[in-house]
Design a protein around this ligand. Structure first.
Ligand SMILES: [Zn+2]
Length: 174
């Protein structure tokens, strides 16, 4: 009984309650985040493509040590996994040849959206997924005036993320 109570307290300490920032999302928390932004303003939105789907389970898996604020499924579902007020773990590696090299950890000043894609990370994305992404990006742009939209491979140069056939212009124009 005491042990169960103790374990419950430890479990609660690893999460904190937060509310959805985007009304079009459902909430499934990832344990992979840091509280707050260490004083950094949110000026950046990073778009990712996740090869092979399974993204939500992966962001919950303690082995992954990765997360993003939002996951957009190929069926157009939107899931928020980390509060926008907190630092998700999606964009922490900056290569020396990136324009962002030498700046504070981008996770602190960026928001992250993962789009589930095919196993090669190169499919033409379903229109329902693109439309869901456009609605989400438009909502973020409305709430964070002047936010810059980038792709993961602009930080980790050489990485295939979000991958070929990614409709970046449509999201930038959202
Ligand atoms: Zn990525």
């Amino acid at each position: 009984m005491t042990l169960i109570l103790l374990l419950s307290i430890v479990a609660i300490a690893n999460v904190h309650s937060w509310t959805l920032d985007y009304a079009g999302a459902k909430q499934i928390s990832s344990p992979h985040f840091n509280r707050g932004r260490q004083g950094q303003a949110i000026t950046c939105l990073v778009l990712h493509g996740t090869a092979g789907g399974g993204t939500i389970e992966w962001f919950k898996n303690p082995a992954s040590k990765v997360s993003a604020h939002y996951v957009v499924g190929q069926d157009g579902s939107v899931t928020q996994m980390v509060s926008e007020d907190d630092t998700a773990w999606h964009n922490g590696v900056v290569t020396t040849n990136s324009q962002f090299y030498g700046r504070p950890n981008p996770n602190l000043w960026c928001m992250g959206i993962e789009f589930s894609r095919n196993i090669q990370n190169n499919n033409v994305m379903p229109e329902v997924q693109i439309q869901a992404g456009i609605r989400l990006v438009a909502d973020i742009k409305r709430r964070y005036k002047g936010i810059n939209i980038y792709t993961h491979d602009q930080f980790s140069v050489g990485r295939t993320c979000p991958g070929p056939n990614f409709p970046l212009a449509r999201f930038k124009n959202a």
